[in-house]
Design a protein around this ligand. Structure first.
Ligand SMILES: [Fe+2]
Ligand SMILES: [Fe+2]
Length: 268
């Protein structure tokens, strides 16, 4: 903290334009970091780790979704899926470009992500097999929504190259979520489409615990440090609670039941 404060004093700037200033944590009121050379000790390691998980998730979505390009039930579904895959590939590329500036450790992560095979994602949810088109719909409804909350957590963060990448990604995640929810709504209400309300409930039951796990451990010290450095706004429990409120409403609006929060969980 004393190291952080003295670094902050050294960087104190007069009146920064909107969006250029760090707005929370130890560096509040100073200019956002533009390159790894400006970061306080430990910050780069943490950011590379966070971006590794992010890049791995984006790229693994491509690897798992692509099998359905010729299996999604309707032409519209196939077109929507092609669009989602292109978006996820670009998200992966955007995150890898940020990583690339972090020298050997960043480049090693990019190489690892490029070499990744099914089942090797950093986050468990991305290693779950997608056994049906319904799994993809539930994935976009529940897991892409976790991605959306994680990006919101990084929005306006203290590392400027990442902060600049977030708005377009957030916009596209909203589209992926809408594709998932609309598909699930049709499962529940349109007998001509695909699946049934009972199948939709089983999908919610399958993916809800994986979604809640993705926010990480309660009371994580790393997550407190990330907030202090301005990388994240909220700790794991805060953002999980926000997610539970939002997704709970969506599940109820579909006429389905929200599973108990501790059922099937692997991370407490
Ligand atoms: Fe994404
Ligand atoms: Fe997405």
């Amino acid at each position: 903290m004393s190291q952080a404060s003295s670094a902050a004093r050294g960087r104190r700037a007069e009146r920064l334009p909107i969006g250029r200033e760090i707005t929370w944590g130890a560096f509040r009121g100073t200019r956002k970091f533009e390159s790894p050379s400006e970061l306080p000790a430990g910050y780069a390691d943490m950011l590379v780790k966070i971006l590794h998980a992010q890049a791995s998730s984006e790229i693994m979505s491509v690897l798992t979704f692509r099998d359905y390009l010729d299996r999604a039930p309707t032409l519209d579904d196939r077109w929507a899926l092609a669009r989602v895959i292109a978006d996820e590939m670009r998200h992966g590329m955007q995150v890898c470009r940020v990583l690339d500036d972090f020298g050997a450790p960043g480049k090693a992560v990019v190489a690892q992500v490029m070499a990744m095979r099914l089942g090797e994602a950093k986050m468990d949810a991305f290693n779950e097999p997608l056994e049906s088109w319904g799994d993809l719909l539930a994935f976009m409804t529940l897991i892409d929504r976790v991605g959306d909350f994680q990006l919101r957590n990084f929005e306006e963060g203290s590392y400027a190259p990442l902060a600049r990448a977030i708005p377009l990604m957030l916009h596209e995640e909203q589209l992926h979520i809408a594709i998932g929810v609309n598909g699930m709504r049709r499962m529940v209400s349109d007998a001509e489409y695909y699946g049934s309300a009972a199948e939709a409930q089983a999908l919610v039951d399958r993916w809800y615990p994986r979604a809640l796990d993705m926010f990480g451990h309660s009371g994580s010290a790393a997550s407190r440090q990330a907030i202090e450095w301005g990388i994240k706004k909220w700790d794991n429990d805060e953002v999980r609670t926000m997610y539970v409120d939002e997704v709970g409403q969506v599940i109820r609006d579909l006429g389905l039941t929200v599973p108990p929060p501790d059922r099937g969980r692997r991370i407490a």
